[in-house]
Design a protein. Structure first.
Length: 484
């Protein structure tokens, strides 16, 4: 299927310094933040929408797959070239195109780093609300692909709630505008449908988002517990009381000690768990709510509730939370991050289940998660050089996600399905439901050249996933050579 001179044709479109094809260069694009691997044939760095349109047309003629890629911080294998082809890297499409304060909108290219947009908005008194923990590195294009969340989306909603318009390139090279700057638009909500589609429908080249005014006052509380279940019960109690903080995060004792050794954020080393609770709004309302939340935490057996004394202390507490994954890297050669979702009222029993899984597979599992919206991020520690330990890790991760499904939850809250959780889609959805999704994808991407073999499983995969003795969890960590 490959014709000679593809690299030459790509360079004619984007320039001589914007195409990689040497094996030693391509190695850097074989992986993301997941356990999966796969090598592309080319990596291309477009700078304009027209570049992307021409690249897509060329790929269609050559029968080459295209995989969009932002910063490569994804945790499900979504930006990996599973079947070779072209990786479309957005590092050079990183401009903020417009900031429209009167209409509370900003328009950016997909390679803009999440935090860079908030930093650009800060002088105007605004920010971009979705704030993944990787916000210093992850791009808004990737946030759109995975429908990313973050600690502060508990009150404000995930990425889909903040995107109003998209410029996209279809698999045949046509450029289409979905939505716009208005609060709503006529016809089908194709903008909402596109967000979270993991690059399987079209390629976003410009993104229009809502911007949010910085709050007048912020209170950050650290509730400290001698028992993990008491902390989990506090989450349930806050929900029952109708209190929705701007953020509600939980770290268990093992995790917070690892974080404290790295960041020195002020987390108590002798505690079993902490809740990091943030309240925002008018000053008087925040002070009043802080008292209510502190009282409720104490009623649910918090031994102490601290309030950050100033902005420096507040930022340090959040630095501990947002750099937690990196802190774990200091004490384990590898870790496997899960992304299950459960109803908030099922947090206590789910934590018990994770502890049971930890014992069953003889693995250390740390818990750090968005407790307010039931989005769990268990960190399973292992050594990837040990094949048997790796298989135990994958089996443990699968059992946790299957439990999340069993209590009415899901297999992903913000990391996406990618190539790591495809077979679990067969557990979460019926054959008929998956067929509807396939038909919708095929309307946009009939030849499956955009991000192929991602998110939606084949019917064969679903049959194998339930076959006796089948271990489908082996697929995500197949050697790179097997994925080319």
């Amino acid at each position: 299927m490959f014709s000679f001179g593809v690299a030459h044709k790509l360079r004619k479109i984007v320039g001589g310094d914007a195409v990689l094809e040497r094996p030693e260069d391509l190695m850097l694009y074989e992986y993301d933040g997941s356990l999966a691997r796969g090598a592309p044939k080319y990596v291309v760095f477009p700078q304009t929408t027209q570049h992307i349109s021409e690249i897509v047309k060329l790929a269609a003629r050559e029968g080459l797959a295209i995989v969009p890629r932002g910063a490569g911080t994804g945790l499900s294998g979504g930006s990996i070239a599973r079947s070779g082809g072209i990786i479309l890297a957005f590092a050079r499409m990183n401009r903020i195109l417009d900031i429209d304060i009167p209409n509370l909108r900003a328009t950016v290219q997909p390679g803009v780093v999440n935090l860079d947009l908030s930093n650009a908005l800060a002088p105007y008194g605004f920010y971009f609300a979705p704030d993944p923990s990787s916000q210093k590195a992850c791009t808004i294009g990737g946030n759109v692909a995975e429908n990313s969340g973050g600690p502060h989306t508990l009150a404000y909603g995930v990425t889909v709630n903040h995107v109003t318009g998209l410029e996209i390139v279809l698999p045949d090279g046509r450029i289409v505008q979905l939505g716009g700057t208005a609060a709503s638009s006529a016809g089908y909500d194709l903008t909402g449908f596109f967000v979270g589609s993991e690059g399987t429908l079209a390629i976003a080249t410009a993104i229009t988002v809502k911007i949010t005014r910085l709050p007048e006052a912020v209170a950050t509380l650290l509730a400290i517990y001698d028992d993990v279940q008491a902390a989990a019960n506090t989450v349930v109690a806050l929900t029952a009381a109708g209190i929705t903080p701007a953020a509600l995060e939980m770290l268990d004792g093992w995790t917070l000690r690892a974080v404290e050794a790295s960041v020195h954020a002020g987390y108590p080393l002798d505690s079993a768990a902490v809740l990091l609770i943030e309240l925002e709004g008018l000053r008087e309302a925040v002070d009043e709510q802080a008292e209510l939340v502190s009282e409720l935490c104490r009623k649910t057996r918090a031994r102490e509730v601290r309030r950050a004394a100033d902005e420096t202390e507040r930022q340090l507490l959040w630095k501990g939370r947002k750099t937690a994954f990196g802190a774990i890297g200091r004490i384990s050669p590898s870790y496997y991050v899960q992304d299950g979702v459960i109803p908030r009222t099922r947090v206590p029993e789910t934590l018990r289940k994770i502890e049971e899984v930890s014992r069953k597979y003889s693995l250390t599992i740390g818990n750090i998660f968005h407790a307010g919206d039931g989005n769990l991020h268990p960190l399973i520690l292992f050594d990837a050089r040990d094949a048997e330990q790796t298989q135990r890790t994958l089996a443990a991760g699968r059992e946790i996600l299957e439990f999340c499904i069993s209590v009415g939850g899901s297999i992903t809250g913000e990391h996406g399905v990618g190539m790591e959780k495809q077979d679990l889609m067969c557990t979460l959805f019926t054959d008929s439901e998956l067929e509807v999704m396939r038909r919708l994808r095929n309307c946009f991407n009939p030849d499956s050249l955009l991000n192929p073999q991602k998110m939606l499983p084949s019917m064969r995969t679903c049959r194998e996933a339930f076959a006796p003795g089948h271990h489908s969890v082996e697929a995500p960590v197949a050697p790179a050579a097997e994925l080319r």
